[in-house]
Design a protein around this ligand. Sequence first.
Ligand SMILES: *[C@@H]1O[C@H](CO)[C@@H](O)[C@H](O)[C@H]1NC(C)=O
Length: 278
Amino acid sequence: MFQLSTVAVFALLPAFCLGAPAASATIASTSPFATSLWPAPQAITGNLTVGFGAAHIHDPSVILGPDGYYYSFSTHDGIAIGRSGTKGSLSGYWEHVGSVLPGKKSIISNSGSTDPWAPDVTLVNGVYYCYYAVSQFGSQNSAIGLATSATLLPGSWTDHGLVLGPSGPNAPFPLSITNAIDPALFIDPKTGVKYLSYGSFWGDIWQYEISGDGLHNTSFGNYGLLAPQWMSFDPVGAQAEEGSYQSYSAETGYYYQWYSHGICCGYNPNALPAPGME
Ligand SMILES: *[C@@H]1O[C@H](CO)[C@@H](O)[C@H](O)[C@H]1NC(C)=O
């Protein structure tokens, strides 16, 4: 993420919030906002002396590994890999076990390649896909890369480099008005179609439809605006957005767009906004 301390700040917005679902007969009766579907997170334990990658992580993506342990992937250390100490549990003691990127840097030729950001790890047909971002704080010159692995473990990853970007004024729309950071892969469980969302701190959250396998024979075709800043229902006004993810709930029949919203860093815990104005 462009702002590194927004890991726990997510806003929730159903994909169809501008109108009632058309096919209401196929939608379950559960409210899309039912908190039972999205229980509050619990504190975890882990190694805090190691620096980044164990219990102290930015921009995390967590996935269950083939060995039964949960793994985290996060910003810094060439995409840090963490592992929970207890099989099948997120609350085991988290350790830093290594890095995704060989040499702890991306093969993408772009400023920021020595400290990639905001990984997103997804299992696709037996292969783990790790999308990541290469950028620098305050820069729109950003790119999205991809590494793959069969096991999630350090040393098993191949960096395929650039898949989308770089963004910037001379890039094709919408990369010209956005920032190619914070990638997230979403595979529609109903259609199997793959989508990559990204952005942005620079013109909202956008999404591309991916044709092909996401690797070499890939094109980023149809695109769309997922989350305009003006739609965020923030009583203070439009705010920067970043770190998006999508999910689908069969229980509600809704697609969900999750993202960080607002400014981080340098915030004063003794002068918090009034309730409802956060
Ligand atoms: C925490 O990480 C440090 C650095 O890798 C290591 O030396 C130490 O043994 C770890 N602590 C525990 C309790 O595992």
